[in-house]
Design a protein around this ligand. Structure first.
Ligand code: B1N
Length: 838
């Protein structure tokens, strides 16, 4: 090299751009064949599709590792505050395509494979997605990891490496059937097991206190089980930057030294059982979205990953040569809802019991470290733990929580002048026939910041569930409206739209979503309008193909694609949507010549396996579909599709094809929603209530581009307190009455008049979610939608303006707000070969 007269920096470049790091087509081709041989042990003639997928995945991983190592090095060199995101769920979706986009080598990889006679899409579709989350909360964590890396913020995500993620859904005879999600069955090229990074976690047992020789109080917690948490790391690369952060997920195992008493005493089967108990902790994701389970295993999971993560952070902090008292200068820890809130008690235990801090010093560190995001107002989702159950798993933490509460209530009593009602509402421990621990209160007491996930949600938090907390510490509260990453949800999932947008306004919008604004000036350009409509039609045609393959239902790509995809929940009101379907159907039956704008209703979403009404809603959708889809009078003008197994992979194919986005939750119930943002960014117009982030979406896109209906959150509350009577709406609205009668008398269920009884009764006599109260307003609004859709060009214009004005809803914006206002962290660009981005 010296002969060639290269200086040191150039040498570095040459060395770095080798077969494992080069990004050009030729190098990629070589690397893929190399990995096929040395990782999969195959040559092209005998390689399977999965072999090629793995070879490509390792090729991409090599390039990530180089950036990952550079990032870690850079973070350790200076003193930077690191964001630590604690979440029980990460709904990542498939990695391959996303990593190619973020590395900026999608086209190159496509070309390399093409030259090898292979097709990139075909390999991308081979990946089994890691479904380590239920819905919006888990997906938000994944979008935030993408934005943290893209904004070059030092961050680490901590969670659980579930062996089984969210169940796979199949539909049989119209009913949901669950199957296990064995996502690791073909191995996982995106993770690196860090066997050397592991921690022991105690569970159960008892606590003893004594005074040592120096007169200091000591605590010994003798557990009845110890499990080991092993780190599995996944690199998360930012978009066209070197920054590659870590997602560290913990797997539970039996400790090495495990139960040799049992072995020595010859009790082999007991030793094996104990090993299984340890491995069970990270075995499976609880499939409940917005419902509590109260199960011991769930508490064990929460504590397991929180304790591993805090021990890990303390290790990182101390290895930097810092003092334990300054922990909060190294980490800002965000609690993704209350699922990791036991971290507050665990931090106190580690500081007081293990690192010998005085209580007040430990509390100072703790309350400068944690911040809490609330994601729901639904009372059934607020986490509470029976105190005896809690004590049986975490006896020491119960003592600590009682001490936190005692000191806290002492202080509060003075502040609220002895108001008993306020004191008991703020207490971390609930009294009743059985005492319980209120995790939201623990999270509030131990955090320096508390936020909601949309403007309306934050306001409602302050007025309702956290009212007394807001009165006590208003300065802790702020709003951080959710966002989604445009890399996965536009660039990757909708390349045609991406290309069209970029052809007009350049590519900057991908990192600065506000720049979509620049599209507004093309909203009246006839050529652009035509291209916009062409892309949408092409995406609808592709989805139609997938629908017929998966469900055998033929749908018309020219019809309105009216889409409601999200978890099935009564508050999300998929049944309100189906009442509209039935209403249109009845119009046709009453007058087969009636003018009906053709529509394809697409539903998708999982129901929690134990949630009866949600499962019944799925059955209802399929039953209505069965009748409507084959009725000759309908003449194909209405189609109802239930697309099975909604997950990130399927969502990426559905969003680009949507004309209409259904965001029809009962006002005040959906904390934010994020599907609303993804659909809108893909050009769908929204029909929705004033709920969650819909309110802000409507403000941004303009009320003329948003189909609004229904009661407001305030009207919902007033209607309830005035004595809401759903039966009154049934009796006085003939179309509504007909639809409900048809469901109950078996019109859609082969004359079986028993199946939907529970659903109908709950609507007629309770209707917590105001379906009947909002029915007419919804149907009227849908009539306006149909009318608007008749003018295709006008619709396209609205769609363009809608996208142009959605820039606020990038997760980059959300993360910037968290960084500036809560975490106080700055970006740390990572350099590679002397440059910081592609
Ligand atoms: O969190 C999303 C919001 O956009 C949604 O509106 C909200 O419904 C969702 C217990 C939850 N809130 N609570 C949960 C998930 C799992 C679980 O076990 C509760 N999910 C939400 C992101 O902010």
């Amino acid at each position: 090299l010296q002969d060639k007269g290269l200086d040191k920096k150039e040498v570095q470049n040459v060395l770095v751009e080798d077969a494992r790091t080069g990004l050009d087509v030729e190098t990629l081709k070589k690397a893929i064949l190399n990995n096929l041989f040395y990782v999969q042990g195959k040559y092209p003639e005998i390689a399977t599709r999965n072999d090629y997928y793995m070879a490509l995945a390792y090729t991409v991983r090599d390039r990530l590792l180089q950036r990952w190592v550079a990032s870690v090095k850079q973070y350790l060199e200076g003193k930077h505050r690191i964001v630590s995101y604690l979440s029980a769920e990460y709904l990542l979706g498939p990695h391959l395509g996303n990593n190619l986009v973020n590395l900026g080598i999608y086209k190159e990889a496509e070309q390399a494979l093409h030259e090898m006679g292979l097709n990139l899409d075909w390999l991308i579709e081979k990946e089994i997605e890691p479904g380590l989350g239920n819905g919006g909360l888990g997906r938000l964590a994944a979008c935030y990891m993408d934005s943290l890396a893209t904004l070059e913020v030092p961050a680490i995500g901590y969670g659980i490496r579930y062996q089984f993620g969210i169940f796979e859904q199949d539909i049989r005879d119209g009913w949901q059937v669950e199957d296990t999600d064995n996502w690791l069955r073909r191995g996982n090229p995106w993770e690196i097991a860090r066997r050397e990074i592991s921690y022991d976690i105690k569970l159960g047992g008892y606590v003893q206190h004594y005074m040592d020789r120096d007169g200091k109080f000591r605590t010994i917690w003798t557990p009845d089980l110890i499990v080991k948490g092993v780190a599995y790391d996944t690199p998360i690369v930012g978009y066209k930057v070197n920054t590659t952060n870590t997602l560290r997920l913990w797997k539970s195992e039996a400790p090495n030294s495990f139960d040799f008493q049992s072995f020595n005493s010859g009790d082999y089967s007991n030793a094996v059982n104990q090993k299984i108990i340890c491995e069970n902790i990270s075995k499976v994701l609880y499939p409940n979205d917005e419902t509590r389970s109260g199960k011991v295993l769930r508490l064990q999971q929460q504590y397991f990953f929180v304790s591993c993560s805090l021990q890990d952070m303390i290790g990182i902090h101390l290895r930097q040569g810092e003092r334990i008292e300054d922990f909060q200068t190294t980490f800002a820890v965000q609690l993704n809802d209350t699922h990791p809130a036991v971290a507050i008690a665990e931090m106190m235990r580690l500081l007081v019991d293990e690192y010998d801090l005085e209580w007040v010093d430990a509390w100072r560190v703790t309350t400068r470290t944690f911040a809490y995001t609330n994601h729901t107002l639904l009372p059934e989702a607020l986490e509470k733990w029976d105190m005896e159950l809690f004590a049986s798993v975490l006896p020491r933490h119960l003592e600590i929580i009682q001490e936190i509460n005692r000191r806290f209530l002492d202080e509060v009593t003075v502040r609220v002048y002895g108001d008993q009602e306020k004191i008991s509402s703020l207490s971390i421990i609930g009294e009743g026939p059985r005492r319980y621990i209120k995790m939201a209160n623990l999270a509030c007491a131990g955090s320096f910041a508390i936020n909601g996930v949309a403007a309306l949600h934050t306001e409602l938090l302050k007025q309702t569930v956290l009212k007394d907390w807001y009165a006590l510490s208003p300065e802790k509260f702020s709003n951080k409206t959710n966002g989604v990453t445009p890399r996965r949800w536009m660039v990757l999932s909708n390349p045609k739209l991406t290309e069209l947008i970029s052809s007009k306004i350049g590519e900057n919008w991908i990192k600065h979503l506000d720049e979509l604004k620049n599209l507004e000036k093309f909203a009246d350009d006839p050529e652009f309008l035509q291209q916009w409509m062409d892309v949408k039609l092409e995406m609808k045609t592709q989805l139609a193909q997938r629908i017929v393959n998966r469900t055998n239902i033929k749908v018309d790509p020219e019809s309105i694609f009216d889409i409601q995809v999200k978890r099935i929940h009564e508050y999300k009101r998929q049944h309100l949507n189906i009442l509209h379907v039935i209403t249109l159907y009845n119009r046709i039956k009453q007058n087969p010549e009636a003018e009906i704008v053709p529509r394809t209703f697409v539903f998708a979403g999982k129901a929690a396996p134990g949630y009866k009404q949600a499962k019944l809603i799925i059955k209802l959708i399929n039953s209505v579909g069965e009748i409507v889809n084959k009725d000759p009078d309908v003449k194909g003008r209405l189609k109802v599709v239930f697309y099975p197994n909604y997950n990130v992979t399927n969502a990426q194919k559905i969003y680009p094809a949507a004309d209409l986005s259904e965001q029809i939750s009962t006002a005040g119930k959906e904390a934010s929603g994020t599907g609303n943002m993804k659909l809108s960014l893909n050009g769908a117009l929204t029909i929705g209530t004033l709920d969650g982030a819909n309110v802000e979406i409507r403000e941004c896109v303009g009320e003329e581009n948003f189909f609004l209906f229904g009661l407001t959150a305030e009207e919902v509350e007033n209607t309830k307190s005035d004595g809401y009577n759903p039966f009154h709406f049934y009796e006085n609205n003939p179309n509504l009455k007909l639809a409900l009668d048809q469901i109950s008398n078996g019109y859609f269920s082969h004359l079986d008049d028993t199946i939907f009884k529970d659903l109908i009764n709950s609507l007629l006599y309770d209707d917590q979610f105001m379906v009947l109260a909002d029915y007419q307003s919804y149907v009227d609004c849908q009539d306006q939608v149909a009318e608007a859709f008749k003018d295709k060009v006008k619709w396209a214009r609205m769609s363009i303006l809608n996208v142009a004005r959605m820039g606020k809803f990038s997760s980059d914006r959300s993360i910037r707000e968290y960084c500036d206002e809560i975490w106080k962290v700055k970006s740390v660009p990572v350099t590679l070969n002397g440059t910081s981005s592609k």
